[in-house]
Design a protein around this ligand. Structure first.
Ligand SMILES: Cc1cc2nc3c(=O)[nH]c(=O)nc-3n(C[C@H](O)[C@H](O)[C@H](O)COP(=O)(O)O)c2cc1C
Length: 359
């Protein structure tokens, strides 16, 4: 698969399958001299881990990361950083009975058509287990962004089914199992997810990510605009079906006078009085918070009986057993944060050569 790498200067390549021996990532282009410990990576992986609560998959993976290369005496050396996480709780038995069937909404049919064969165990590369590598690489990106610019990246579940967060209180996000910044709505979301699971079904939702203190100037017109790269990064997360920046699709119903963000000066800095642009103009960050949202579809693996066909085209019925998340949003939050961090660190490095006078 030639599409397993991402980034221009800060480049990650993820590898490994859901039910293979291990998953991991190689990060190339990380500047030398960054203090980096396994704990820096582990704390992010712990947020992505399964089995955290009654609204996530019950697969029990401890996801312990080992850094294999690129660190000497606690600092990055500039060499590729290779990280590995062994798959310990692999149970492929549930996939045996459906190995010839195409799961509706999953990647079985398209992988079969593209490659002519398919590792049917747990979704293999199409499984979100692949995102372990993204979160591990994203932890390094976050550390660089924080230490150099105090950039903070905060993700949360904004909507599950018809329940929408009415207020955004960052301090509440990690206090509830759905990662919603509105504690009252969080309870409703949790209940809705549990009900969907009981009915053998699943729910979709929206994850929002805010990046604070991003300096103006990040983004490379015209094809590598910051918003274009963020859209690609988030759309590459399994189950993501749409991305919005700032006001996003609601802009269709607004007037120019409503949507334009007026400029002003605050504490000697040029700022805008509101942020419909989501912190990006002309594909370049403008110094306001970057605000991106992604819609996450309802988990395709459900217990309800569905109609399908087998690889020979014979009609069949399928019930997808196994350990699946009834709503993907809570666990998609750290993955979305990682992808935003990876785009920002890549553009932050690229922006270093944008002006002759600064060389
Ligand atoms: C964090 C996370 C966890 C996921 N867990 C599951 C899961 O348990 N079961 C499932 O069917 N899909 C899960 N998915 C989504 C599938 O990997 C995805 O729907 C599938 O690869 C098909 O790709 P597509 O939905 O992007 O078209 C998960 C996605 C994410 C981001």
């Amino acid at each position: 698969m030639a599409g397993s790498s991402f980034g221009n200067l800060f480049v990650l390549t993820t590898w490994g399958e859901s039910h293979g021996k291990a998953v991991g990532v190689v990060v190339d282009g990380c500047p030398a001299g960054l203090d980096l410990k396994e704990e820096d990576i582990q704390k992010e992986l712990d947020r992505r881990r399964v089995g955290q609560s009654r609204v996530t998959s019950q697969r029990k993976e401890e996801d312990r990361v080992e850094i294999l290369s690129g660190i000497f005496e606690g600092k990055t050396t500039g060499a590729p950083i290779s990280m590995i996480v062994y798959n310990k709780d692999v149970d492929s038995s549930k996939y045996e009975s459906i190995k010839h069937l195409f799961r509706p909404g999953h990647a079985d049919y398209t992988y079969q058509m593209k490659y002519g064969l398919r590792d049917y165990r747990g979704g293999a590369r199409a499984s979100a287990r692949e995102t372990v590598g993204r979160v591990a690489a994203g932890a390094i990106a976050k550390k660089i962004l924080w230490e150099k610019e105090q950039i903070r990246i905060i993700g949360y579940t904004k909507q599950v089914g018809r329940f929408k967060a009415q207020k955004i209180d960052f301090s509440q996000i990690e206090q509830n199992i759905v990662r919603c910044p509105d504690p009252e709505v969080a309870k409703q979301m949790e209940e809705a997810i549990v009900q969907a699971r009981k009915q053998g079904d699943s729910l979709g939702g929206i994850v929002e990510v805010v990046a604070q203190h991003v300096p103006p100037g990040l983004g490379e017109p015209v094809f590598d605009k910051l918003d274009a790269d963020l859209a690609k990064a988030l759309m590459s997360i399994p189950a993501v079906k749409g991305v919005e920046i700032g006001t996003g699709f609601a802009a269709a119903e607004m007037l120019g006078s409503e949507h334009n963000d007026p400029f002003t000066v605050i504490d000697g800095k040029i700022r805008t009085t509101r942020n419909h642009a989501g912190g990006i103009l002309g594909g370049i960050s403008n110094g306001e918070d970057i605000i991106v949202r992604m819609v996450v579809k309802p988990t395709s693996s459900i217990l309800k009986t569905q109609q399908t066909v087998d690889i020979f085209g014979h009609p069949a019925e399928i019930r997808v057993e196994g350990r699946h998340d009834p709503c993907l949003c809570p666990r998609a939050v750290p993955v979305a944060e990682a992808m935003v961090a990876l785009v920002l660190v890549d553009h932050w490095l690229r922006n270093k050569v944008s002006q002759f006078d600064k060389l």
